[in-house]
Design a protein around this ligand. Structure first.
Ligand code: GLU
Length: 415
């Protein structure tokens, strides 16, 4: 098996959980197969007058529990198998936290660093127009992901609304606050990571003040997660960006790091920390490791040197299936992506609900409902892991697949 193919990695976890559930081959095939995959060409007039054609995807993995839900990423190396895996992970993620959505994911093959804001807007609007027929508040509801943000969501919402000839805010989530966005959405993934980490630590009998954390990343997930953990008293030893990591064995002043990053656009040079190359960061001595960057970071190549007792997956798919087996053997607890980073999609659900009601909640309400949802999901997954004597990852898959299967049995096959 290709260790680095995310779809195969997802499929392996799916099969393991399906074995525990005793699912028959037909049901497995239904749940394994993406419902719809759309590939589109996106011609764009560039600032220099040339025309370029970008490639875009939207995969709808499964809609049994509700409209498809999931982000859109802009990346130079996005490929269909990755989007497929990410779409399936969204199905399981929405099911783990028990929100009424299926899973979808989109991607545009481009390098956002090299594109002007106007070019990014053109790509976004043309991509939206090309996938318009399968979008909608009751069909498929995108959200931000790698290299997309509130502005991207505002363009998608506007493009969709112009075609519908009415303003339809609930077609995407992660929008700006004054355009149907939800309070707390921006921080929600990081907040969910913090909550998952805290709950796992309780189970392991670890205390925040004595806990050294390494965070791979410093963006919307890693940066905000680190800030919230720092506020709870954890020692954040290291953060990273695409250029490298910074490290301080006594703990970083995370708010100062975040201000530095906002001003300088990179971590490098932050005073009071030493530089560490990215490939060495994951191997630093620590208690908790939070990979919050991208896929395939903890692999057969480096797993033997990982020192953390607890891994909380802020990113989607940061651990390969081979590395997973090794960590399980060594008794390292891994809080899987589909649970640990589900805070984002949970508040996306709250945003969608608020848009449809036209009534907006306070940040306290959003955060307390998020807290309740995440703690509940954690407890349910933990109970499943005890019941089946399996890892938290397999338990999360068992819980979520079982929920989708029960809906499938109720709905039946339409023929
Ligand atoms: N892109 C985020 C994720 O992977 C959020 C998805 C959403 O809010 O729909 O979970």
């Amino acid at each position: 098996m290709d260790e680095f193919n995310p779809f195969l990695a997802m499929a392996e976890r799916f099969e393991t959980a399906s074995d525990h559930l005793g699912l028959d081959p037909g049901v497995r095939e239904v749940l394994r197969t993406p419902d719809r995959e759309l590939t589109v060409a996106i011609p764009v007039l560039m600032d220099d007058g040339s025309i370029r054609v970008f490639k875009g995807y939207r995969v709808q993995h499964n809609f049994l529990r509700g409209p498809c839900k999931g982000g859109i990423r802009f990346a130079p190396d996005v490929h269909l198998d990755e989007v497929r895996a990410l779409a399936a992970w969204m199905t399981w993620k929405c099911s783990v936290v028990n929100i009424p959505f299926g899973g979808g994911k989109g991607g545009v093959f481009c390098n956002p660093q090299e594109l002007s804001p106007r070019e990014l807007e053109s790509i976004t609007r043309r991509y939206t127009t090309s996938i318009l027929d399968i979008l909608g508040p009751d069909r498929d509801v995108p959200a931000p992901d790698m290299n997309t943000n509130e502005q991207t969501m505002a363009w998608i919402m506007d493009t969709y609304s112009m075609h519908q000839r009415r303003t339809s805010t609930a077609v995407v989530t992660g929008k700006p606050l004054n355009l149907g966005g939800s309070r707390g959405r921006k921080e929600a993934t990081g907040r969910g990571v913090m909550i998952s980490c805290r709950e796992a630590m309780k189970v392991l009998g670890m205390r925040p003040e004595e806990t050294r954390v390494v965070v791979q990343g410093s963006g919307n997930v890693g940066g905000i997660g680190a800030l919230l953990l720092h506020r709870e008293g954890y020692k954040i030893l290291s953060l990273s960006d695409m250029f490298g990591a910074i490290y301080n064995e006594d703990g970083l002043d995370v708010p100062a790091v975040m201000s530095w990053l906002q001003e300088k656009r990179r971590l490098e040079g932050f005073p009071g920390a030493t530089a560490v190359p990215n490939n060495e960061q994951l191997l630093l001595d620590c208690d908790v490791l939070i990979p919050a960057a991208t896929e395939n970071q903890i692999t057969s190549q480096n797993v033997a040197d990982i020192k953390a007792r607890l891994i909380v997956e802020g990113a989607n798919g940061p651990t390969t299936a081979i590395a997973d087996r090794e960590l399980e053997k060594r008794g390292v607890m891994v809080i899987p992506d589909i649970l640990a980073n589900a805070g984002g999609v949970t508040v996306s659900y709250f945003e969608w609900v608020q848009d449809r009601m036209g009534y907006f909640w306070t940040e306290e309400i959003v955060n307390s409902r998020l807290e309740q949802t995440m703690v509940n999901a954690f407890d349910e997954v933990y109970a499943k892991s005890k019941e089946h004597n399996v890892s938290m990852r397999t338990a999360a898959y068992i819980l979520s697949i079982d929920r989708v299967v029960s809906v499938y049995r109720l709905r039946g096959i339409f023929a």
